[in-house]
Design a protein around this ligand. Sequence first.
Ligand code: ADP
Length: 285
Amino acid sequence: MDISINQINKIYQGGKKALKDVSIEMKRPDLIGLVGPNGAGKSTLMKLLVAELLPTAGEITVDGEDLLKNEIQMKASLGYLPQTFGLYDELTVYQFLDYMAALKGIKNGKEAIDTVIKETNLEEKRKAKIKTLSGGQRQRVGIAQAFLGNPGLLIFDEPTVGLDPEERINFRNLFSKKAEDKIVILSTHIIEDVQSICNRLIVLHEGRIRYDGTPEQLIVMAQEHVGIMEENKKEKAYHITARINTANGVMCRIVANELPTEAKPAEPTLEDAYMYLITREEVNG
Ligand code: ADP
């Protein structure tokens, strides 16, 4: 499966330009972390990919054919976890997955459901009503329905929200296993999720792609722009990414276009590098 997003623009009713000239090529296997501040356009991009919204300009093709031409086929080979996901509270986990399997037109439903229940560790909850589940368990049901039928494209909007640290690690491993022969797109605020599993990072900011490459390359870009120094209330040409109270006062981890002379350079983390990219864009417009 090849997906090609060509020069997409999306203007909402009322005039909000949510995406501006966005182009992305995806081939499997690919595990893409999509990050950006709130309002950057991530959900809009995902809704366009699942044909829930139409672009104002530009096109999306799947294996060379227009997405909208093959919408039904595309939906059958797609697993999508939206950010707000309506679960049917009165149904049991199994009944809900059975309903979703029927909607997706999956033939051997029982086998498919058993597989995803196992993958998402929901065996003990298969007969539980959805309304009795915890937030993390509900999120697992959402992930399970996306996995149904083993689709070639998986799109997850904030999939690890609501999961505890152990569950988050389990899911990261599962996503990475899933991505061996698929295209997986994870939209996330959690940079650690990207760092640990994604081979590719796309940063959206104000509707434009600001970075598309490996997480490692972004870290290299931030080298010499990250430092540690004592808090200095007068100096403002930097962004603080962490503040640590020590016996000698407050030490700050900062990112800056040019490090202040008193700052001791530090090795950037992916989070620093992301902050550097975003704040640099703010400075440059
Ligand atoms: P993200 O998922 O990165 O937080 P969104 O794609 O939800 O960003 O939103 C991008 C921009 O488009 C924001 O400014 C948001 O307010 C706006 N927007 C999103 N949905 C709509 C809508 N249905 N109508 C008008 N504006 C919208």
